[in-house]
Design a binder for this molecule. Structure first.
Ligand code: PLP
Length: 424
């Protein structure tokens, strides 16, 4: 053999070995004991369509984590309604955590809250257009008294004037909570000059406006900011220094508006735990941490347990992937990738969610999405059959929880109840 031929042959063999070595491994694994039990229960007693399962044992522990931290810090807990949008779920959390404070973000839900929780204090989590606020009053039913129990969130002097006109028109007094920017930069008051204008307006119209407090949301603490720009405790310290600046200004420039029982709201799921160490805020809003969807797999929520899953039955099990129009040539894919040697089509799909169990399930980009029958590829190791369930974790809880009808409430692996979600 010529030397050149030998070198070429050896190079080709090394290249082939390298390509073979780079082949995807088998990522599949069957259900663990937890999901095996959930699947068995859902197959026996479940709805056999896509459903949102809540693990109440895990939910309980997550509620207790939040309640214990905030109680220990002498703070009130405010439930975030948009992240837990179900009457029974909110009632359950309120009773277990011992709170009657709720944060709302959507006018139709606000009307529901006022009707369903007539004894609660409601704080808006975003400023609503004034016509939307007006519709709240037009649709209000029951004994809820907004002049005592509702805090509108006001972000600008302009909006405050609009709400003042609304109060005049309704011949009532509105409680105004001022949104302050503590570093998230999602709006709200950013300096004392603007705050001064707003406090002056409130102070000048006591029949129509009452100052209820501040709301400073700090989602950037614990999430979304690269740690090189600041650790979560550093970012919280900066946020609370800004918060303190607004409170100091209020107390020095408008002492008449200061009351010990003002609502000084802060928080969010990513930061609630860190708030246990600061003394300024009077209450913390948290919702998503109780269910821990995948976007909340963050350091500050390390102790929290995922408590919400989408479960959907496998409708079809078709063997190695076949791509339309490629037909038999598709074999290349399953030859190359063991995770494409099984193809499932599930009931529904295309949710804001990540595959959870069995391990090693994957979407097929070439085949594409379907909200009717979504494709799921895996290796045969996952061991799924028709009518078994694929489990996903929502990425966020708001909006996703509303997509499946009644929540399937489970305890110790058994279905114990069905809880309707808000419908508005
Ligand atoms: C004003 C405000 N407070 C608190 C929260 C925290 O909600 P969660 O704990 O569900 O993330 C949010 C979420 O968007 C918010 O906008």
């Amino acid at each position: 053999m010529k030397r050149r031929t030998f070198v070429l042959g050896a190079t080709a063999a090394v290249a082939a070995a390298a390509v073979w070595w780079a082949r995807p491994g088998d990522n599949g694994a069957p259900y663990d004991a937890y999901f095996r039990a959930l699947n068995a229960e859902l197959k026996k007693n479940g709805p056999m369509r896509p459903c949102l399962v809540i693990d109440m044992d895990r939910l309980d522990r997550n509620i207790d984590r939040v309640a214990t931290t905030l109680r220990g810090a002498g703070k009130h807990y405010r439930i975030v309604e948009k992240s837990l949008p179900s009457q029974k779920l909110i009632e359950y959390i309120a009773a277990r955590a011992g709170t009657q404070r709720l944060m709302s973000f959507h006018q139709p839900f606000l009307n529901l809250d006022a009707e369903l929780f007539p004894g609660f204090d409601l704080l808006m989590g975003k400023p609503l257009p004034v016509r939307s606020a007006q519709q709240f009053y037009q649709q209000l039913k029951g004994g809820f008294d907004p002049s005592r129990q509702l805090q509108w969130l006001i972000d600008t002097p302009q909006r405050l004037h609009e709400y003042l006109q609304l109060a005049r028109g309704l011949n009532t007094r509105l409680r105004a909570n001022i949104e302050i920017d503590v570093g998230l930069h999602r709006g709200g008051v950013g300096d004392n000059a603007v705050l001064e204008q707003m406090l002056q307006t409130i102070a000048a119209h006591p029949q129509h406006l009452e100052f209820a407090g501040f709301m400073g949301y700090d989602a950037h603490v614990g999430m979304g900011v690269p740690s090189i720009l600041g650790t979560a405790p550093e970012l919280l310290a900066k946020a609370m220094a800004r918060y303190q600046g607004y409170v100091d200004f209020l107390r020095s420039a408008h002492a008449g508006l200061w009351r010990e029982d003002l609502t000084l709201n802060a928080g969010g799921s990513p930061s609630y735990k860190l708030h246990g160490a600061e003394k300024l805020s009077s209450e913390i809003s948290t919702g998503t941490a109780l269910l821990k969807p995948t976007h909340y797999d963050i350091d500050t929520l390390a102790e929290h347990e995922p408590a919400a899953f989408i479960a959907t039955p496998v409708i079809k099990k078709n063997g190695p992937i076949q791509i339309p129009a490629l037909d038999g040539k598709s074999k290349l894919f399953s030859w190359w990738d063991p995770n494409q040697r099984e193809t499932y089509f599930v009931y529904g799909g295309w949710w804001l969610a990540d595959y959870e169990s069995p391990k090693g399930l994957q979407f097929n980009e070439i085949f594409g999405h379907s909200a009717n029958q979504e494709i799921v590829n895996a290796s045969p190791t996952v061991g799924l059959g028709v009518d078994d369930h694929v489990f996903l974790r929502p990425q966020i809880s708001e909006s996703v929880l509303l997509q499946f009808g009644d929540l399937v409430m489970m305890r110790a692996g058994k279905i114990v109840d069905y809880w309707p979600v808000f419908n508005a």
